[in-house]
Design a protein around this ligand. Structure first.
Ligand code: CMP
Length: 169
């Protein structure tokens, strides 16, 4: 119900809605073993125990979207944290060079940490396979795996610097 409400009020980009719907429990599913294999390859999660990875596998969804799909829209609210499993995504910020995110990279943490709108638009540059964790589960994961917070903060600081540093022509 919450998903449908957010599609109707426009806070989920239209083209992400089908992908999220396919990843709902009744739709497209990825086996637990396959998710574990993906999770084990994500550098952000390198220090997680097998038990923690299993918990992450239980609360995350794997979503596939075509090239061109907007996963976040600058200025819009957002409730998902994404980890790229396959493909690449472009960070689009007006007046800045596009930054490409690749397998193992994550995005969407800023709005989940401070509750504010998305800082930038992130669009699938190729067909993309992402692991999606929603807001409530994201908060639980940070509580359960304190090392993750430390790693997120390092990347977050780099991103804030990049957003605030003027680009040289
Ligand atoms: P959020 O603001 O929730 O949604 C857009 C995401 O893009 C943001 O969280 C970060 O995860 C990511 N992001 C923002 N700025 C950069 C940047 N300069 N480089 C890489 N990723 C970024």
């Amino acid at each position: 119900m919450e998903l449908i409400g957010r599609i109707l009020d426009g806070s989920i980009p239209q083209d992400l809605k089908e992908a999220l719907r396919r990843a709902e429990p009744s739709g497209f599913r990825v086996s637990h073993d396959e998710k574990m294999r993906h999770l084990e390859e994500v550098p952000l999660l390198a220090d997680c125990t097998q038990k923690q990875l299993r918990a992450l596998s239980d609360i995350s969804r794997v979503v596939e979207v075509p090239a061109g799909t907007s996963l976040t829209r600058a200025g819009q609210p957002g409730d998902e944290f994404f980890v790229i499993l396959d493909g690449s995504a472009a960070v689009e910020k007006p007046g800045k060079k596009r930054v490409f995110l690749r397998p193992g990279d994550f995005f969407g943490e800023m709005s989940l940490l401070d509750g504010g709108p998305r800082s930038v638009t992130v669009r699938a540059a190729t067909a993309l396979r992402v692991l999606v964790i929603d807001r409530k589960n994201f908060q639980n994961v940070l509580r359960e795996v304190p090392d993750l917070t430390q790693k997120l903060l390092v990347t977050l600081s780099r991103r804030v610097r990049a957003l605030e540093t003027p680009e040289h022509p």
